[in-house]
Design a protein around this ligand. Structure first.
Ligand code: GDP
Ligand code: MG
Ligand code: ZN
Length: 355
């Protein structure tokens, strides 16, 4: 019989210092499946072949074992991972709760050749802050893409509209976003004026991990610094001299706030690309999805067909034309993944409808 007492931390007593870093029964179970007892460590920073890990005391650097480099994608460490470290070598990445991933940068045009690579940005996340500045960054269509990306990963989004101090009618912008967000919390803040920050507390309970995504210059690092209470992360204003077109965030670091929650910064995304199709569009565009069910043709493309309820919805003003365009564009991108998955699971001929 297996004896859980041979492990460092039996199931019924999850160690407090690990819980504070987001340790749950999920990871405890993964740890106990390993052939010998280990102390887990959390990846809190680093890249490529040197990671900063934390076992609860002083963080230290560790190198991934060479075996991790040549194994199937998905198990090379990323920030947020729980890992096993032996002699400063990361030997195992514990089964993840979830990941934030996208198609690799520059991959949109590679889709035709079927070479989209999944880029994992962070692991084991509770909430994704989609950060958008109320300056030139503000763009509803881009927010829809971010929402789709987050839903695609099975993650929970919250929208943070920052730089409220730069916008004359910030409430109006927030209302516009609320109208397309369908229940996703929308937070209106200004990091410069320290306003609205406390509305984020609902996502920042101790042990919770939040990752921030958004355009470069949106205000992510500034927000992290404000929540942390001092300037930890380099921001646009500080790092202009780094060079043109360079991302100001070069490593992704997990930062523990005084309140006990954890934030993961990300470099800005130049393109929002998807790495899978998990039906996220229906979640981003619920009003369109609802109508598609009543289109006359089951395979309606919602572009020209008679009896298309979606087009009727646009004509009657029930559905916004911009949102339909956004939906169709993403559907086209996502169908690539659906086709790829279909090909790999079954070579059966697709049902062809005539007439
Ligand atoms: N006016 C104003 N500027 C901000 C605010 N938050 C960030 N910024 C500025 O926006 C620029 C980009 O911010 P940064 O945090 O580096 O963006 P990141 O690329 O998303 O990390 C910097 O010059 C910040 O000072 C804000 O709330 N109000
Ligand atoms: Mg930044
Ligand atoms: Zn239709």
């Amino acid at each position: 019989m297996d004896s859980p007492s041979t492990f460092n931390h039996p199931l019924n007593t999850l160690p407090e210092h690990l819980i504070r870093m987001g340790w749950t029964r999920h990871f405890q179970t993964a740890l106990e499946k390993l052939p010998s007892p280990h102390t887990p460590a959390k990846v809190i920073g680093g890249c490529k072949n040197s990671f900063l890990v934390n076992q609860g005391a002083t963080p230290f650097t560790a190198t991934p074992a060479r075996t991790l480099e040549h194994t199937p994608e998905g198990i090379y460490p990323v920030v947020g991972d729980w890992v096993v470290v032996k002699d400063e070598v990361i030997t195992t990445v514990l089964t993840r709760k979830n990941i934030l991933a996208r198609g690799a940068a520059g991959s949109q045009h590679k889709q035709k050749s079927g070479q989209v690579k999944k880029q994992i940005m962070a692991a084991n996340i509770d909430t994704v802050f989609i950060v958008c500045g109320l300056d030139r960054d503000f763009n509803l269509r881009r927010l829809e893409r971010y929402l789709t990306l987050v839903y695609n990963c099975g993650l929970t989004p919250a929208i943070v509209l920052t730089k409220a101090d730069l916008e004359q009618h910030p409430k109006d912008r927030a209302d516009e976003v609320t109208a397309i967000a369908f229940g996703v919390p929308v937070h209106l803040i200004s990091a410069h004026e320290d306003s609205g920050l406390s509305t984020l507390d609902e996502h920042l309970a101790p042990g919770q991990t939040v990752t921030l995504i958004g355009s470069s210059g949106a205000g992510k690092s500034t927000l992290i610094n404000r929540l942390y209470g001092s300037n930890l992360q380099a921001t646009g204003a500080v790092s202009k001299r780094v060079g043109k077109g360079r991302h100001t965030t070069t490593t992704r670091d997990l930062i523990t706030l005084p309140s006990g929650s954890m934030l993961i910064d990300n470099p800005g995304m130049r393109e929002i690309t998807f790495s899978d199709d998990h039906g996220a569009l229906d979640t981003t565009f619920p009003e369109i999805e609802l109508l598609t069910r009543s289109c006359r043709f089951a395979d309606c493309s919602h572009t020209h067909e008679p009896g298309c309820q979606v087009l009727d919805g646009v004509a009657s003003g029930q559905v916004s034309k911009e949102r339909l365009d956004s939906y169709l564009k993403m559907q086209h991108e996502l169908s690539f993944f659906a086709n790829r998955d279909q090909k790999s699971t079954s070579k059966k001929e697709k049902g062809k409808k005539k007439g």
